[in-house]
Design a protein around this ligand. Structure first.
Ligand code: AMP
Length: 278
């Protein structure tokens, strides 16, 4: 496994890779969710590149960036074990050279949900992912369905900017009790960890209601709200039942819906989602 930091070293290493090349962008502190992306990438591509970069411009709160967990040596051991070909760990100076002033901003699809609650977040994401795409020149890129709006934003950007890259969304990897895996889960104390299962419980309750015939968006949002509100350590950032194609809230579900949640458990903000299908 080759490990590089500078752009020159990346370009040189990239030349040695057999195509098709896949990229798995990450912010490190890897868990099984990230590794499921790597495994999906290994199945589809001849060479797999993983980037590890805690992108400061997608954090809209300084404290969130400060407490973001990091362990590069552990990450490298995990990636080596998965048979990854190339790991790129750029510094802030590589990604944002002095005087940096060029941004990628995606339109309406980036506005609701995470975009509304985390102003500037998707501007940071779209900018850094387009820089990763330009530098690595992959044929396929893998993202987690855990960040459902991020997948939608990246697909839109890829179409709009004519990147010749296939975007693949990988299902959410979960702990045994249903909690979606996340690097942020280590910031939960034991009591908060127990409480955090409430996100999955709320989504499951909405799915059961939907499977039982409920098609009213408000009814599903209310059901999730009641379940979250019953957990004293949880506070709601948003709850959504939206059209997966444009992420606009639905009054009535005609065919499909993306139900998604952002919930604070103590100081830790967790997100999760589920697709309701016919
Ligand atoms: P992050 O390091 O949090 O930026 O995540 C890097 C990639 O891994 C993103 O595409 C995430 O959506 C994906 N990811 C994170 N957690 C999970 C999970 N539990 N299941 C599947 N993909 C995930």
């Amino acid at each position: 496994m080759i490990r590089v930091e500078s752009l020159n070293d990346l370009w040189q290493a990239r030349e040695s890779l057999d195509e098709p090349v896949a990229i798995v962008p990450t912010m490190g502190f890897l868990h099984e969710g990230h590794l499921s992306l790597v495994r999906a990438a290994k199945k589809r591509a001849t060479s797999v590149v993983v980037s590890i970069f805690v992108n400061p411009t997608q954090f809209n709160q300084e404290t969130d960036l400060e407490v973001y967990p990091r362990d590069v040596e552990r990450d490298l051991a995990l990636l080596e074990n998965e048979g990854v070909d190339l790991v790129w760990i750029p510094t802030n100076e590589v990604m944002y050279p002095p005087g940096f002033q060029t941004w990628v901003e995606v339109g309406e699809i980036a506005n609701p949900l995470e975009g509304e609650k985390r102003p500037g977040h998707f501007k940071g994401v779209a900018t850094v992912v387009s820089k990763l795409f330009t530098a690595v020149q992959p044929q396929i890129a893998f993202f987690g369905q855990k960040d459902a709006q991020q997948v939608a934003v990246i697909k839109q950007m890829t179409r709009d900017l004519n990147f010749p890259i296939e975007i693949v969304a990988v299902p959410i990897a979960r702990e045994n009790d249903g909690l979606a895996m996340s690097s942020r889960n280590v910031n939960l104390n034991p009591e908060e960890r127990d409480a955090s299962v409430v996100l999955y419980q709320a989504l499951q309750a909405a799915k059961i209601a939907y499977d039982g015939g409920e098609r009213n968006g408000d009814a599903l949002r209310l059901l999730m709200k009641e379940i979250i509100s019953a957990q004293p350590l949880a506070s709601i950032d948003y709850m959504s039942c939206a059209d997966p194609s444009n992420l606009q809230e639905l009054e009535v579900i005609a065919s499909e819906a993306l139900i998604s949640l952002a919930i604070y458990i103590g100081k830790t903000r967790l997100i999760d989602n589920l697709i309701l299908e016919k």
